[in-house]
Write a new protein. Sequence first.
Length: 427
Amino acid sequence: MDKPPIKAILLFLGLMVLFYFAGFYMIAAILDILHKEGLIPGTEADWRVYAGLLRTIPQVIGLGLSFLWGVLADKMGRRKVLFVLGILMALGLLGVSLSINYIQLMISFTVFSIAMIGVSPVIYAFIADVVPSEKRGAGYAVYYAASVFGMAVGLVMAGIFLEWRLAYLSTAILVFLFATPLFIVSRGITIGYVEKKEVGEYGLKKALSATIKPTALLILVHIIPWTMPWGMLSLFAVDYIQTRWGVSKESATLIVSLAVLSIAIGHIVGGMISDKLVKKGDPLARPKVSIAGISIGYLTMLAMLAYPYPYGVETMATLLPPALLAISGMMFTTFAYPNISSVLSDVIEPEYRGTVFSIYNVLNTAGWAIGPFVYPVIVKYLVDLGVPTNNALMNAAIAIVSLWLVCIVFWIIIAKTYPRDKITYEK
């Protein structure tokens, strides 16, 4: 059996992921333009409601269908389903670039979201087909880092360099161009390929029963408290820094942008460190790296959120210390992300990974959605009790971020169950 071209596969996969995430995020830079051009209807008082629905409705539909794509990937093979979803994403982005009214925008974003949300569990399972267990930290880091860089690329493409229609057309072409060679270079990659395992006939009941394995269940249950802080930070970090510190939106945005880039670094470093330790024979490398990363990241984020910033002062000397805390907190905490996917892939049989990762994807997305809802509810509750707004923001953010302590407890338990549940194969 020929060795799969892992580097080429991951290269084209990473580039495809980067540009479809760019297509997902670039709408944030052009909402006002779409409204001015009449594609988003409404008055100054309500047009943002219509704008929000362009994100909410397609994502809800996409999430509802994501389980189907995971099952199909297990039954038909990840490579074929991945290519089909890549083409659908390209068509959706092309449709956005050609839209002349709100309905066409909604339909195009829905086609794109059905494929984009559905492709995540397929990619998780596909990486496990291509990359051996001891290298999966880096393999999953390619996906996670590309998704983060995609946000920056999308905002720059649509917000600075290109007219919005050309930006969406460009991403459509690029997604297609990278999905196609990915399909070609991965020829011969089948379910369980890297493990040299012949898989039997797919059974949905067997796939679902795999989720009750202790390590798999722990990973799935801990995903919501793990992602709630990320959802909160992704939406409210700029507002938190701007309001609590009394600095400009530009300064707050710059700090958050640097922190976002550090997340990509955290994905890569966390994956590579754990891979290196696994190769040295440490069976608990992934839990150890995750526990260490979350612990350091949590304490650093706590220091940033409670930092006694001199309100309204906006100099490099005053901004730098808390900015470094924010950057470090994001980076270290992210060490766990590639290890979460690696551990889950290690304890699930190859033929069921698409289905199990589709469940993981639903829970992951739910956590990201719940965090931004719970945070302002806590803020309002505290303000209604008479707590000053700045203190309410801090206390609510600390409460949400402290859910990472729950995740540390889960990882400590996983360190005990993972060695027993990990599936090993003959070389």
